[in-house]
Design a protein around this ligand. Structure first.
Ligand code: ADP
Length: 269
């Protein structure tokens, strides 16, 4: 029986050479299409701020501007370059997670430290423009990669701040449900029309492109969350109502959850 040989990769393997032959046509075609889409999206996302930046640069160089005006243009240029920096750094985080094939370890995460960081982050993000509260089940932990989880939790909190008008309320919770640890962020912000919810974790998918951009969003936050959760065998659920607010909930499986009692027993042993 003959298979169509679609891709042949040859790479050094010790002294000999190893050959990988793949014959799964549909899978390869799909991956290829996704890669093309992704490259097109990245190019577009970076090209927009780059074009704006080049325009401002030309203005500053060509026009006789008053000092005040010149400063304003430099500020705008600064904004665009920061935008590109955010996109590239989020892409690097994604690439890093994807390139790391090993599952996150089985060591319990220092949740107390993670939550402290999250509180500091909340303060920095909102600058007291929102009422942000934390309800944390002390001692409850999960096993995994602390840095990755911090980034996932942080992205949900950043979004709550980003999509909740000033004066809104945000609630962060950490508790146990059916033997598994649960993390949630609720806000009473702008909400999400139901038809968009299934697509939110796609790279660069946004409900309102201009709003996301204005608030410094890259459209990659929830894609990062999705990848981190997949690696931790955790599940994301999203509930939302337009103009009422949203709740993003992460459910960890029981085998990755470390109940408060076990930690206490360990500590006092
Ligand atoms: P972004 O950088 O644009 O925030 P994300 O991947 O983090 O990208 O989120 C994708 C989109 O999901 C956002 O552009 C926004 O439209 C929507 N979204 C995410 N979180 C919330 C929220 N808490 N309230 C309303 N909309 C949200």
């Amino acid at each position: 029986k003959f298979h169509k040989v679609l891709s042949v990769q040859v790479f050094p393997y010790g002294d000999s050479r190893k050959m990988v032959i793949s014959n799964d046509v549909t899978k390869l075609e799909r991956t290829d299409a996704m890669r093309r889409d992704f490259v097109a999206n990245v190019s577009h996302e970076l090209k927009t701020p780059l074009t704006v930046l080049a325009g401002f640069l030309e203005t500053v160089r060509e026009l006789p501007l008053a000092d005040e005006e010149r400063m304003r243009y430099l500020g705008l240029m600064d904004q665009q370059s920061k935008r590109m920096e955010h996109i590239v750094s989020d892409l690097l985080v994604l690439a890093h997670i994807e390139a790391d094939p090993k599952a996150p370890g089985d060591a319990p995460v220092d949740i107390a430290r993670l939550m402290r960081h999250l509180r500091d982050e909340a303060l920095g993000l909102s600058a007291e423009r929102h009422a942000i509260s934390f309800t944390i089940e002390a001692g409850l932990s999960v096993t995994g990669a602390e840095g990755e989880l911090a980034s996932a939790f942080g992205n949900l909190l950043t979004n709550a701040v980003r999509y909740t008008p000033v004066g809104g309320e945000i609630h962060v919770r950490w508790w146990t449900e059916e033997g598994g640890a649960v993390f949630s962020v609720s806000d009473d912000g702008i909400g999400i029309p139901v038809e968009h919810i299934p697509r939110l974790t796609e790279r660069f998918y946004r409900v309102d492109r201009s709003r996301s951009r204005d608030t410094g969003g890259t459209g990659l936050g929830l894609a990062i969350v999705k990848h981190v959760l997949q690696r931790h065998e955790a599940r994301l659920s999203i509930r939302s109502q337009v103009d009422r607010g949203s709740t993003f909930t992460i459910h960890f499986p029981p085998h990755r959850s470390v109940p408060a009692r076990a930690v206490d027993a360990h500590a006092s042993a």
